[in-house]
Design a protein around this ligand. Structure first.
Ligand SMILES: C[S@@+](CC[C@H](N)C(=O)[O-])C[C@H]1O[C@@H](n2cnc3c(N)ncnc32)[C@H](O)[C@@H]1O
Length: 302
């Protein structure tokens, strides 16, 4: 197959590419992307799906709401992607090798996963990047959903941070958001007002099923988590990439923080969600995909 290499320059629009990420990664020049965040399927052994529901008032509804009013729930649609892999590490390996190749010499990879696969992925990433390149395991802790009664309820994800070169990487300490002291009375008013540096354990709510941020895409990650990563590990104007983009959270966070983005996903439902999500933003280019949803903004199509 003929592979076209696409050189990056400052005038490049924000790109959303439909297709297998390995193919697109192979078209990118080496040493060209300062920050990669990826949140691959976690190999849960399930089809990940989320229903879009609407609750409407109805006499024959099956739920009772405020002041005894009756409501019924309508299913508007369902979004899903496959999360079953016979050889999960074999799937990840060539993609992670490409990720390392395309990172700039001072670039970083943030790899988002959960307790089921994190240990195997850590060993794979150590092999690809070198053990010295491992900088942090960030624990994203949340507190939502059902609680197991037969073991400790699992309420965290793991984010592994690797630098291409552990002696030369971006970490914008001064720009980090600060967090409140647990016992502000012990540190005095000045320090309490300033807050403290976040650690490798981040408490953050999940994307609320009823909140403004929700897109309806399964396993959507919160903007707050991704914004902290972009702020810490890239510079304004930098290109940031997510090649398992889903609903495009990294892209929206990048726009909020003045970075450019490249998103890739091979699920047409993810593309539809992103088409809606970026409808109000100019300078977003879709590749291999024509939005099927009604948009308020005319995209450049390639
Ligand atoms: C966990 S979801 C990402 C969710 C995303 N972080 C968000 O906030 O919405 C993983 C995504 O990887 C995509 N994916 C899986 N295999 C892929 C491949 N080979 N190439 C491109 N995308 C892929 C799936 O379609 C799915 O949307």
């Amino acid at each position: 197959m003929q592979i076209t290499r696409i050189p990056y320059n400052a005038l490049m629009p924000n790109r959303i590419v439909f297709g297998d990420n390995l193919e697109t990664l192979r078209t990118l020049p080496s040493d060209s992307v300062p920050l990669i965040y990826i949140d691959p399927p976690f190999n849960t052994g399930k089809i990940q799906s989320r229903k879009q529901l609407r609750t409407i008032r109805s006499q024959d509804g099956d739920r009772t709401g405020f002041q005894g009013a009756r409501y019924k729930t309508e299913v508007l649609g369902e979004k899903s992607y496959n999360d079953i892999f016979a050889d999960y590490l074999g799937f990840l390996q060539p993609r992670l090798e490409e990720a390392k190749r395309v990172l700039t010499p001072d670039g970083s990879l943030y790899f988002h996963i959960d307790y089921r696969e994190v240990h195997y992925c850590k060993i794979l990433l150590d092999e690809i990047f070198g053990r010295a390149s491992f900088l942090n395991e960030i624990i994203w802790a949340y507190d939502y959903g059902a609680r197991s009664k037969v073991k400790w309820p699992a309420k965290h994800d793991n984010i592994l941070w690797y630098a291409k070169d552990p002696e030369n990487y971006v970490f914008n300490y001064e720009q980090l958001d600060r967090i409140p002291y647990m016992a502000p009375g012990l540190v005095g008013p000045e320090k309490a007002a300033l807050g403290k540096t976040p650690t490798d354990t981040w408490w953050h709510t999940i994307v609320s099923p009823n909140g403004r941020e929700k897109t309806g895409y399964p396993t959507q990650k919160p903007l707050g988590i991704i914004k902290r990563i972009i702020t810490a590990s890239s510079r304004p104007g930098d290109l940031v990439m997510d090649f398992f983009a889903g609903s495009g959270t990294l892209g929206e966070a990048a726009l909020m923080l003045g970075r450019r983005f490249l998103l890739i996903d091979n699920n047409p439902e993810a593309m539809d969600v992103m088409a809606k999500r970026f409808a109000q933003y100019p300078d977003v280019q879709f590749e291999n995909y024509a939005p099927t949803v009604e948009l308020s903004h005319q995209y450049a199509l390639v």
